[in-house]
Design a protein around this ligand. Structure first.
Ligand SMILES: [Zn+2]
Ligand SMILES: [Zn+2]
Length: 959
């Protein structure tokens, strides 16, 4: 007895077993090769947050990556998929802070060191859940290379990059308006701000002109920020205000003295300035200028050399510059300010005002533009030593030209990317968090030293490791910068740091030579700017300059790479970029095409779907729906369908293996012989046809996968296996399998085994588990490799196609289907065989005659006769380009019985129609029922009317 496949396909058991086996056997680990592999394929997993859990978007992303990775591995390339997790600064810190809050503790009381200790403990306990989930998906990653972005090795690389960029003058510290989240108490990037369309209030407030009875009216949605006003701007062309140029206004409600960011005192009298900030067409044409609380005002302040008065602290409470309002939360302050303005007669009007309110994507707090000191990467600064180009220049070059270093699929993302690069501002990389890579900069404790925090225009000491004393004054009192780096700063480096950069050891040198650039990045559009763009900037910048002193050739040898470079050569841009291709996948939406969101309650948990239908069916669903550039409306009904497909595969395999068992019992089974089934054995039409079809599918699959057309790959293999292999081929060989002729049996069984085995290879990248299980059974528990994942994926071979067999088979299939349809129309008993008449004007006759048995078996034909004249006038005949066919059938109708049947049918339909009409007349029902349900009912009612009419006709004819 062969290793038997259980009767029922149970994905749960199979999948758990193989997932464990793959990890335990370390099947996907690739140690550093001694020599350059002929072909290498490398891919970096977009590192999920260590706090994360698998969602449907990941599931799609991972499915696509695993399909591509398994395919390349089976093509015989040195394939490495590097997994890891991201420390996720804000998310992780918030998670632990929430835990602390539940224990009535907070991080400030704990202190920085103890807090970070606590985060590491948290990670030990809860982090990495997503890695376990990845194993369930079957992700064939190299676990020996797993990293965590806060690992000491990767942290060292982060410091190295920071110091080098600082040395090149590309990192600086500056005052800047940032998006400040008072909840997270840190600066957040533009990308982390989500805008909500709301109807806000626009308040008009008048400021008295000093020494006059006049007023100037300004408008604002945030009246509390007026306490930070330092000027009012009017436009040079606006004649309404010409007479006020150079005059001053008295700022209502403000204290007599406010302190600006540089320690200067600012009074309540503020100048009227002429600046382009004011638009004569908009509002009153006069605008308040609050440089510390608005990005445009900040720029205007710089242009006009205005002081910067900050009126809030980091929690968005008003500070002492707000005078009487100090200590109030910004929204409480707003209410009080309005009340007082009203009382004192300064409030002119309140209007509704539509605006986009910026909120923190994580904590949902309203973002406050706030002036603070931050660290920046100067992305547009040209560096003479680097060939007078900037980071953004290099990042643009990487995707430009006829043969770009990086290719995007779908291609439109290249334009989106370039647009963003064109309008790039300096990148604010500091975050006021504790969890993350602490900025390697130290302030000197000596107040008079240039490296002191307070020294005007002074700079901290930037170093790879903590300096023992100040290089300038020798003071040993040094304090490290408290800010950490933006999480995306470290993840931008991963494509080169995962291989060991900046180490000079042999292993790193080899891996960078053989495996960098990575071949492909598969990711979602949501992180195109956050991550993809930054990886391109950093990778291209650093690897382009990486001196190449090793004795190793560079290059991966894939078809679209430049020729392999000699030792000592400098990396051209194609070899410096972090990846050669980027595939941007779509969003997974719910079945109604709605975005999945917690508030809508339509979030699907992929683990639940997997538990219901199995991982293979879930993977197949996502692949089948993943056409490039189109969002996926995930519908469980589809997964149910692919679960049925898995069942079909299972049952087909069981059928074949049962026949192997029979052959073994009969004593003629030979494992070696079926493996060698070759051209010489392809004698019957169906064998020639199925093998040709299989080779055609090989070509189509390889081409679909090479262009990330996952939906086509899935469709092609689905159609082949279900229709060609199961519905036709297996049916066609049954007579031979059941015959007494051992030679015929052998040929059929060996061929069907060969095609089954080959199809498992083709299915494997999409459905790894079921194919592994059946593959093992096919080889009686002794497969040629430790896993089907390690055997060869067939390469396209035109020579194997047999167009003649495909043409002939297509003709027969068409004929069989035509006869089946005629029989169905005539309502012939399934068991009754009938003779057919055929007319064929061309060469179809000989094919049909040769394959009469096929026709008899699959179309239940008892006899075939050819007629010399056309059958197209015969009732119920079918006409095609190649033949005309009619079924010879004298229907003996029992009029009484037929009348009875028709009456019964008619009665049923009339009752159904009455029911439908009643519901459709019910307004309450129509109002509540979904539109598609109502639409469906209307259609059915119309259909019933037609059918009823036909039945009545037929009844009349029977009289
Ligand atoms: Zn926040
Ligand atoms: Zn010093």
């Amino acid at each position: 007895m062969l290793r038997e496949l259980p009767k029922a396909y149970e994905p749960g058991t199979i999948e758990r077993k193989w997932a464990e086996y793959w990890v335990k056997e370390r099947l996907f680990e690739v140690p550093t090769p001694a020599n350059k592999p002929e072909h290498a394929f490398t891919l970096l997993l977009p590192p999920p947050n260590v706090t994360g859990n698998l969602h449907m978007g990941h599931m799609l992303n991972h499915t696509e990556m695993d399909i591509i990775v398994r395919w390349h591995r089976m093509l015989g390339e040195a394939t490495i998929w590097v997994p890891g997790t991201d420390h996720a600064g804000i998310a992780t810190q918030m998670m632990v802070e929430r835990q602390l809050a539940a224990e009535k503790k907070n991080r400030r009381d704990m202190g920085r060191e103890a807090f970070i200790e606590r985060v590491w403990q948290w990670r030990e306990l809860y982090g990495g859940n997503i890695l376990e989930q990845m194993k369930r998906l079957g992700d064939s990653v190299d676990w020996s290379r797993e990293y965590f972005t806060m690992d000491e090795r990767l942290s060292g690389a982060v410091r190295e990059v920071f110091v080098r960029l600082h040395e090149e003058g590309l990192i600086y510290r500056g005052k800047y308006i940032v998006n400040w989240c008072p909840g997270c108490m840190t600066a957040i990037s533009d990308l982390e701000v989500k805008h909500e369309e709301i109807t806000a209030k626009l308040y008009e407030i008048r400021y008295p002109v000093v020494g006059s009875r006049e007023f100037v009216t300004i408008a604002t949605t945030r009246p509390e920020t007026m306490l930070g006003d330092v000027a009012v701007a009017v436009n040079a062309k606006d004649e309404r205000y010409t007479h006020l140029h150079g005059k001053k206004l008295l700022l209502p409600l403000a204290p007599d003295a406010r302190t600006d960011m540089n320690g200067k005192q600012v009074g309540r009298e503020i100048p009227i300035i002429v600046d382009e900030l004011a638009n004569p067409e908009f509002g009153t044409g006069a605008v308040k200028v609050t440089p510390a609380h608005d990005p445009n005002d900040f720029q205007a302040g710089l242009r006009n050399n205005l002081p910067q008065v900050n009126v809030m602290d980091e929690t968005a409470k008003m500070n002492s510059n707000a005078g009487a309002y100090a200590g109030l939360d910004r929204f409480a302050a707003r209410a009080r300010v309005l009340e007082d303005l009203e009382k004192q007669g300064f409030l002119v009007s309140i209007k509704d005002h539509g605006m986009a309110l910026g909120k923190c994507d994580r904590s949902k707090d309203v973002v406050e533009p706030r002036l603070s000191t931050q660290w920046f990467v100067a992305v547009n600064k040209k560096v003479p030593e680097a060939g007078n180009v900037s980071l953004s220049d290099v990042a643009k070059q990487a995707v430009q030209g006829a043969n770009p270093a990086i290719r995007f699929t779908p291609e439109n993302h290249k334009t989106i990317y370039l647009n963003w690069m064109e309008n790039l501002y300096d990148w604010c990389i500091s975050r006021q968090l504790w969890w993350g890579h602490r900025i390697p900069a130290w302030y000197c404790g000596n107040e008079k030293c240039v490296h002191s925090r307070d020294y005007p225009g002074g700079e901290p000491i930037v170093a790879r490791s903590a300096p023992a004393k100040c290089p300038d004054c020798g003071s040993a009192t040094l304090e490290q910068e408290s800010d950490v780096l933006d999480t995306w700063f470290s993840s931008a480096l991963l494509p080169f740091t995962v291989w060991g950069w900046p180490s000079k050891d042999e292993r790193t040198q080899k891996e960078l030579a053989y495996f960098y650039p990575t071949s492909l990045l598969i990711t979602g559009q949501d992180i195109l700017f956050f991550w993809v763009a930054r990886m391109i900037m950093m990778g291209s910048w650093f690897m382009r300059k990486e001196p190449w002193s090793g004795a190793l050739p560079i290059g991966r040898g894939s078809t679209n790479d430049p020729p392999i470079l000699a030792p000592g050569a400098k990396r051209p841009l194609q070899m410096a970029v972090p990846f050669r291709e980027v595939y941007i996948h779509a969003l997974v939406r719910d079945a109604e095409r709605q975005k999945m969101s917690k508030t809508k309650g339509n979030v699907l948990d992929p683990i639940e779907v997997i538990e219901k239908y199995g991982t293979d069916a879930t993977r197949f669903t996502l692949a089948a729906m993943a056409s490039p550039g189109t969002d996926i409306a995930f519908n469980e009904a589809r997964t149910e369908g692919y679960r049925a497909f898995a069942n079909k595969i299972w049952n087909a395999a069981r059928f074949v293996l049962m026949n192997v068992d029979r052959a073994r019992e009969a004593g003629w089974w030979s494992q070696e012989e079926w493996l060698r089934v070759g051209d010489s054995t392809k004698t019957t039409l169906e064998d020639r046809w199925i093998l040709s079809r299989w080779w055609r599918v090989v070509g189509e699959l390889n081409s679909a996968l090479s262009e990330y057309r996952f939906h086509e790959a899935a469709q092609v293999i689905y159609d082949f296996f279900w229709k060609d292999f199961c519905d036709w081929y297996i049916e066609l060989i049954k007579p031979r399998l059941n015959s007494e002729n051992v030679a015929a049996q052998k040929l059929a069984l060996f061929t069907v085994m060969g095609v089954l085995e080959g199809s498992l290879r083709l299915l494997h990248p999409i459905m790894p588990f079921i194919t592994e299980e059946i593959f093992e059974a096919v080889y009686d528990g002794k497969p040629p490799k430790k896993s089907i994942a390690l055997v060869e994926f067939p390469k396209s071979d035109e020579k194997q196609l047999d167009p003649e067999a495909e043409r002939e088979m297509a003709l027969l299939q068409e004929l069989i289907v035509a006869v089946r349809n005629i029989r169905a129309e005539l309502k012939v008993e399934p068991k009754q065989s009938l003779p057919i008449k055929l007319y064929s004007a061309n060469g179809a006759r000989s094919s049909i005659e040769r394959n009469r048995v096929m026709l008899e078996k699959l179309a239940n034909v008892s006899e075939v006769s050819f007629t010399p004249q056309s059958l197209s006038n015969e009732p119920g005949s079918r006409t095609t380009a190649q033949f005309e066919v009619a079924v010879i059938y004298e229907r003996k109708v029992d009029v009484g019985a037929e009348r009875e049947r028709l009456q019964k049918e008619l009665g049923k339909m009339e009752a159904e129609l009455a029911g439908k009409e009643k519901q459709l007349a019910n307004q309450a029902f129509i109002g509540k029922a979904p539109a598609d349900v109502v639409e469906g009912m209307r259609k059915r009612a119309a259909e019933l009317e037609v059918l009823i009419h036909k039945s009545r006709q037929a009844l009349k004819e029977l009289q």
